[in-house]
Design a binder for this molecule. Structure first.
Ligand code: NOJ
Length: 523
């Protein structure tokens, strides 16, 4: 592994900036707040932070609607604050990744204002405009991921524009070379400022079929399921040309040296791995692997998914794993607080770069949001079907002081009900806490090359047990996990008999008899 490949052994920590640390008392987290918490992150032991969008935005989708790609929203601070945060991160040996949202801009971005101003505006073709269907309705049956037709009628110019998400998030036309060039300039801008990489929002959405055919209907769709799943997004996503764009972005990242690109892609593994690109035209370094998010939480399915993913990786493709993010239910809610410890052990010992979602290190669960406090447009558009994301975006709890140390004022979303006990300060003091378990596992990754960059090999296990070996040179580690709620016997392979327990999910000491929700790392 070279220095340029720092991202292979790194653990990435995702910060949802509205909810991390408020420094100015407006109830919303900000860059100065993040800077103030860098030492906490350093002592936890992560290597890089990825911050969800911080750019000027009307906040229709809380920053995923960008009105200026090269500045900072005043709610989060200023460019100077950003430079200061970046310097402080680098001083501590932490890398910093930003969130690039190239598929769509805000409808308030000057590019779109121009584009919608008239049919012959030079920027008209920067977005996706189409005439109505013969019946006057939308040009085709494509559905927005947030529900309803993906086409919005523009009375003034008599055409529809396409938006894969909110109507306030018009999709850019990536078939237009000027759009490409403008967005590549954005990469240069932030790379020149010193950012270490980008997470790229909805990379697989960026190019649409040139002829805009109808998407095929999904016969399995049932009422109560999200509207967008009524069709398969066959023609609106994952088009072959998207790989040229990923390759162009990669060439820019490589030219700046030691940077990383991570693509957000929700696709079956078979299609996902294409986003690594080829030897001649490498794509993103890490196409996000959401296998652990989608999996049923049982040992056999996880074992299968891990094996299938490892087998599908192209030569030289480095794996990565994600347990949670700002869009999906938290792990502690999905599997329960005890099993969440096993999940952390899994995330931090599999082969590949892990991404850790803020708050998971203290076992935060989804927070019930009363109807009058709902903020997320996803929930407001299709209420009550479980798609709202506010529950996973609640403020971080730092200590037992007012507002959990999040800031001087009432935060924009409610804290979790048990924040007075479930916070970083309390868990630092408790040797059995989730925070301390996470800290220990991160320290082990740094101490054991087998865990950081070693090979992966499945070890025979049945029922609720999952076991694997990690190895790098002489360094060899065995991981055994009990995904179930009953004790399980496990026969330790001969090579591992001499190894001792170096981490345990529930504090047990005998890997030959794993208690419920118990997991061991032996090394
Ligand atoms: C994916 C992001 O993770 C999500 O939060 C956002 O709403 C959509 N992309 C649209 O940008």
């Amino acid at each position: 592994m070279t220095q340029a490949e720092w991202w292979k052994s790194a653990v990435i920590y995702q910060i949802y900036p509205r909810s991390f640390q408020d420094s100015n008392g407006d109830g919303i987290g900000d860059l100065k707040g993040i800077e103030r918490r860098l030492d906490d992150l350093k002592s936890l032991g992560v290597d890089a932070i990825w911050i969800s969008p911080i750019f000027p935005s009307p906040m229709a989708d809380f920053g995923y609607d960008v009105a200026n790609y090269c500045n900072v929203d005043p709610r989060f601070g200023t460019l100077d604050d950003f430079d200061s945060l970046l310097r402080s991160a680098h001083d501590r040996g932490l890398k910093l990744l930003l969130d690039l949202v190239p598929n769509h801009s805000s409808s308030e971005h000057p590019w779109f204002t121009e584009s919608r101003s008239s049919r012959d505006n030079p920027k008209r073709d920067w977005y996706i405009w189409r005439d109505p269907a013969p019946d006057g309705g939308p040009p085709n049956n494509w559905i927005s991921d947030f529900g309803g037709s993906a086409w919005e009628w523009d009375e003034a110019t008599g055409q529809y524009y396409y938006h894969a998400f909110l109507k306030e998030q018009p999709d850019l036309n990536w078939r237009n070379p000027e759009v490409r060039a403008a967005m590549m300039d954005v990469l240069h801008f932030w790379f020149a400022r010193g950012v270490d990489g980008f997470r790229i929002d909805v990379l697989w959405h960026m190019v649409k079929h040139a002829d805009f055919p109808d998407n095929p209907a999904n016969p399995a769709w049932r009422p109560g399921q999200p509207d967008y799943t009524r069709v398969h997004q066959h023609h609106s996503t994952d088009q072959p040309e998207v790989h040229e764009i990923a390759a162009e972005m990669r060439a820019i990242a490589d030219a700046h040296g030691a940077r990383v690109l991570i693509g957000e892609i929700y696709l079956p593994v078979r299609q996902l791995v294409h986003y690594y690109g080829s030897e001649d035209a490498p794509g993103v370094h890490l196409p996000f692997n959401f296998q652990l998010i989608g999996a049923e939480w049982n040992a056999r399915q996880l074992a299968e998914r891990i094996a299938a993913y490892e087998a599908a990786l192209p030569p030289g493709g480095w794996p990565n794993w994600v347990l949670g993010n700002h869009d999906r239910p938290r792990i502690a809610t999905r599997v329960g607080p005890e099993q969440a410890r096993v999940a952390m052990l899994l995330l931090l010992t599999l082969r590949g770069t892990p991404t850790l979602y803020y708050g998971d290190e203290i076992g935060m669960a989804d927070v019930h949001i009363p109807p009058h406090r709902v903020q997320d447009p996803r929930e407001l558009n299709e209420p009550g079907i479980g798609m709202g994301r506010d529950p996973v975006r609640t403020p971080m709890a730092w200590d037992a002081s007012a507002h959990a140390g999040f800031g001087p004022a009432d935060p924009w979303l409610p804290l979790h009900p048990d924040w007075a006990a479930r916070n970083v300060a309390a868990q630092r003091e408790d040797s059995r806490s989730m925070w301390r378990l996470t800290q220990k596992l991160l320290a082990l990754r740094h101490a054991h090359p087998a865990l950081a960059i070693g090979d992966y090999r499945a070890v025979d296990a049945t029922g609720d047990l999952l076991a694997y070996e990690r190895r790098h040179g002489d360094d060899r580690v065995l991981v055994v996990l009990n995904l179930g709620a009953t004790p399980q016997g496990f026969s330790i392979p001969e090579w591992a008999e001499a190894l001792s327990v170096i981490a345990s999910a529930q504090g047990g000491s005998d890997p030959a008899i794993l208690g419920p929700d118990e997991g061991y790392v032996l090394g």
